[in-house]
Design a protein around this ligand. Structure first.
Ligand code: NFA
Length: 103
């Protein structure tokens, strides 16, 4: 009969290092056409913001050109930015959300 297979005891000092996934910012871009109320509605629907938070983010982008909406893993950031941009496109507005890596 073959000898039993005994798993090797993990060596000390070689524990696998766990790295945090890189995070991506979702960025709201200002434009001259999308109504303020619609921007607020999209922020509330796609990013689960309160009326207050959504209004502040919208006004920051309106005044400064861009505003960071939130940070997520890459997949979630790209999905949310795409869905939010698509909601606007469906109404004929040029509203745009982009993503970029942190740091
Ligand atoms: N600038 C747009 C307006 O005056 C509002 C807006 C804010 C659009 C933030 C896009 C992003 N109607």
């Amino acid at each position: 009969v073959p000898p039993p297979v005994v798993p090797a005891r993990p060596r000390t000092g070689t524990a696998a290092k766990v790295e945090r996934p890189r995070l991506y910012k979702v960025i709201l871009l200002n434009d001259d056409f999308t109504p303020r109320d619609f921007v607020v509605r999209v922020l509330k629907a796609e990013f689960r913001m309160s009326e207050d938070q959504a209004h502040r983010v919208m006004m920051t982008a309106h005044r400064r050109g861009v505003c960071v909406v939130a940070v997520f893993t890459r997949d979630v950031a790209e999905t949310k930015a795409g869905r939010a941009t698509d909601l606007a496109r469906a109404k004929g507005y040029p509203l745009m959300f982009t993503t970029e890596p942190e740091e």
